[in-house]
Design a protein around this ligand. Structure first.
Ligand SMILES: Cc1cc2nc3c(=O)[nH]c(=O)nc-3n(C[C@H](O)[C@H](O)[C@H](O)COP(=O)(O)OP(=O)(O)OC[C@H]3O[C@@H](n4cnc5c(N)ncnc54)[C@H](O)[C@@H]3O)c2cc1C
Length: 410
């Protein structure tokens, strides 16, 4: 009998895992079961070029349909509702069953919802998939008012795209600064300035208490009494990993599905990759759950190798990017716990600088705004644990090539 590898989630991870299985020699069936009516697609443009109307839904596909056909990768639309490990079968929401020899969990994550009075009104939207953005686009019109609840990357990217389209944009952030959960005050300060220059109104330390309107949103009301007129509300307050299937099946979970460096779960026939996983990162010496495309793709490769009995360790340096206006932010590493920061360029004026984060004298992370060379340099220094002085990085008279040499000498 032909062996079957089933992938749950037509995701970023699946788009890599499935062809990697063929490369590693898997000659059985590969079936991707996804609950969205699309082949795997790029999610990052959803809050960027797709929202801004610069890309079509077709243009988001990670790979064309012909690619999957050529590699005998099949798709089945449906939602998996249970994993029965003892019988190696899956149950789908329409009651059908699907057996598996090997299973890959690539279910990604979902938006965290708010339960405010009025949050069910027409005009309140979240931003995770193509359908969400199509819903948002129906309300986009020049000079109309949008309130974005949450000043994280997705909220700020949406602010940038909607400003480009001529909307009046307000961002409401409960924390004392935007991007507080993910980055240092320096970057928050920089993006606050940029958005303000572009005409976005950012309010921090403010809690939304209610959204009002007859059937459609009319006002956003905050706990301090401030009111904002509104035609569209976008809620971007974080995500939750899709782990419930794994929990119910008795697969080990702790803030994500626990995987080892080969993306194996505690079941020898089940691997997992992407946003829904939690792995031990050797560079940072702790367990982490990442929400990024590079993580999903790289884990997809390791997971495919494991299914084929090959050991391909996942040990990449975490990295991420964000596009807002004419700015490309590239982040490498994790800055959590840094004790020293060094800045190259002027963050108070202009639109290009790099912030380097150190811990115990070692570079652990970097935020680069329109600084691709600094990004490449830092990735190498962090991943290989090379040494460099904070003052050398801050000194713009020392060229990148020279910094590379200096870091390699230690
Ligand atoms: C608006 C937006 C902008 C982003 N920007 C960036 C960026 O600039 N850079 C970056 O690195 N990352 C970005 N990200 C994050 C990135 O998109 C995610 O980290 C990545 O998509 C995770 O991929 P994944 O393979 O884990 O799962 P996903 O790509 O999230 O896919 C999971 C799929 O599984 C499906 N699924 C879940 N449960 C089931 C089930 N039981 N049965 C069937 N199907 C199921 C889901 O519906 C979904 O289609 C962004 C995300 C969003 C939403």
């Amino acid at each position: 009998m032909t062996k079957q590898c089933i992938i749950i989630g037509a995701s970023h991870a699946a788009a890599q895992l499935a062809p990697s299985l063929r490369q590693e020699g898997w000659d059985g069936d590969i079936i991707i079961i996804g609950d969205e009516p699309y082949l795997p697609y790029h999610r990052p443009p959803l809050s960027k070029s797709f929202l801004a109307g610069e890309k079509t839904a077709e243009g988001l596909a990670i790979r064309p349909a012909a690619f999957y056909e050529k590699n005998s990768i099949q798709f089945r639309q449906g939602r998996v509702t249970a994993i029965n490990r003892s019988t190696q079968t899956l149950t789908l929401s329409d009651g059908q069953e699907q057996s598996y020899d090997k299973l890959a969990l690539c279910m990604g994550s979902r938006v965290r919802k708010v339960s405010l009075p009025g949050s069910e009104l027409e005009g309140v939207h979240y931003l995770r998939d193509i359908t969400d953005v199509e819903g948002i686009k129906a309300h986009v019109e020049k000079d109309k008012h949008v309130v974005i609840i949450g000043g994280g990357y997705i909220g700020l990217e949406a602010a940038s795209a909607l400003r480009k389209l001529g909307m009046n944009v307000v961002v409401l952030e409960m924390a004392e600064r935007i991007l507080q959960r993910v980055t240092a005050p320096e970057l928050s300060e920089f993006y606050t300035r940029i958005h303000t220059e572009e005409g976005v109104h950012i309010h921090t330390g403010i809690a939304v208490s209610e959204i009002t309107g007859e059937t459609h949103t009319e006002k956003v009301i905050c706990a301090d009494g401030t009111e904002f007129p509104v035609d569209l509300v976008i809620v971007g307050v974080g995500i939750l990993p899709n782990i419930e299937l794994a929990v119910e099946a008795g697969i080990e979970v702790d803030n994500g599905i626990i995987v080892d460096e080969f993306c194996r779960t505690n079941d020898a026939n089940i691997v997992a990759a992407g946003d829904c996983t939690n792995h031990f990162n050797k560079i940072y010496n702790r367990r982490i759950r990442l929400e990024s495309v590079p993580n999903a793709s790289e884990q997809g490769k390791s997971a495919a190798a494991s299914i084929c009995g090959v050991s391909k360790e996942y040990k990449s340096l975490p990295w991420f990017w964000s596009d807002q206006y004419n700015l490309k932010l590239q982040i490498a590493g994790l800055s959590l716990g840094y004790d020293q920061i060094s800045i190259r360029g002027d963050k108070l004026a202009g639109r290009s600088f790099a912030a380097f984060y150190f811990k115990d004298g070692q570079l652990i992370s970097v935020d680069c705004v329109n600084r691709p060379q600094e990004f490449m340099l830092s990735k190498k220094i962090i991943a290989e644990k090379l040494s460099i002085m904070p003052a050398q990085l801050a000194d713009e008279t020392i060229e990148i090539k020279e910094l590379m040499k200096l870091s390699s000498q230690h």
